[in-house]
Write a protein that binds this ligand. Structure first.
Ligand SMILES: CC(C)(COP(=O)(O)OP(=O)(O)OC[C@H]1O[C@@H](n2cnc3c(N)ncnc32)[C@H](O)[C@@H]1OP(=O)(O)O)[C@@H](O)C(=O)NCCC(=O)NCCS
Length: 172
C-alpha cells in the first residue's frame, strides 16, 4: 500500500515536469519507440490520463492514454484507447504507484461503451492485474519494430476485435 499518494488529472501538471519524469523512467531514446509513432500527431486524452503526487507534493508517476485506431484490410478504422506510457520514478517503483495509475485510467473508461484498449508492455504485469493479453493481437501490425509478445489488448468481448490491421493515430 502506498503512503499519502494522490492521483490528479494530468492536465493539472506542467508538461515539462511530465517530460522530465518520462526521461527518468525510460531510456533517453524513448521518443524513437514505435509506440510514439502509433500515436503521432494526436493529443493524450485528459479524462483518462493521471499524475501521482507523493506526500511531499512531488510528481512520482504518470499515465497517458491516446486515441488510436486499428485500420483493417478494407480500410475501416476501429477506434481503440492506447494506454501508456505508464511511468514511475525509479526510486518510487514497487510501491503500488503503477498499479494505482493503471486502475485510475481503466476505471475512468466509460462503463456504458468502453472502447477496447491496447498497449505495449509486459504481459506478466498487465495481464496479471488487468487482463491484458496478446491472444487477439497476433495479426496486428505497427508502424515500426515491436515484440509481438508485448502487444496487448483488453476488451469485454475480444471477438469484436479485428484479426488483422495496422495500428496508428485516430484521425477524425
Ligand atoms: C512498469 C512500472 C510502471 C510499474 O510501476 P510500479 O509502481 O513499479 O509497480 P507496482 O508497485 O504498482 O507493481 C505492483 C506489482 O507488479 C509487479 N511488477 C512491476 N513491474 C513489473 C513488470 N514489468 N513485470 C512483471 N511484474 C511487475 C511488482 O513486482 C508488484 O508485484 P507484487 O504486488 O507481487 O509485489 C514502473 O516499474 C516503471 O515506470 N517502469 C519503467 C517504465 C516502463 O517500463 N513502463 C511500462 C511500459 S509503458
Amino acid at each position: 500500500m502506498t503512503e499519502a499518494l494522490t492521483l490528479i488529472p494530468l492536465d493539472n501538471v506542467d508538461p515539462a515536469l511530465v517530460e522530465a519524469l518520462l526521461d527518468r523512467a525510460f531510456e533517453p531514446e524513448r521518443r524513437q519507440r514505435t509506440a510514439y509513432t502509433v500515436r503521432d500527431g494526436v493529443d493524450w486524452l485528459p479524462g483518462l490520463s493521471f499524475a501521482a503526487i507523493d506526500g511531499e507534493d512531488h510528481l512520482v508517476g504518470t499515465i497517458q492514454c491516446w486515441p488510436v485506431a486499428l485500420t483493417d484490410g478494407a480500410g475501416r478504422a476501429h477506434p481503440l484507447i492506447m494506454v501508456g506510457p505508464v511511468a514511475v520514478l525509479p526510486e518510487a517503483q514497487g510501491k503500488g504507484i503503477g498499479k494505482a495509475l493503471m486502475t485510475a485510467s481503466l476505471g475512468a473508461l466509460s462503463p456504458q461503451a468502453p472502447l477496447p484498449q491496447v498497449m505495449i508492455g509486459d504481459p506478466e504485469y498487465y495481464g496479471r492485474f488487468w487482463g491484458f493479453s496478446n491472444a487477439a493481437t497476433a495479426g496486428w501490425s505497427l508502424p515500426g519494430p515491436f515484440d509481438p509478445r508485448r502487444l496487448l489488448a483488453r476488451c469485454d468481448n475480444p471477438s469484436v476485435l479485428p484479426k488483422e490491421g495496422m495500428l496508428g493515430p485516430w484521425r477524425r
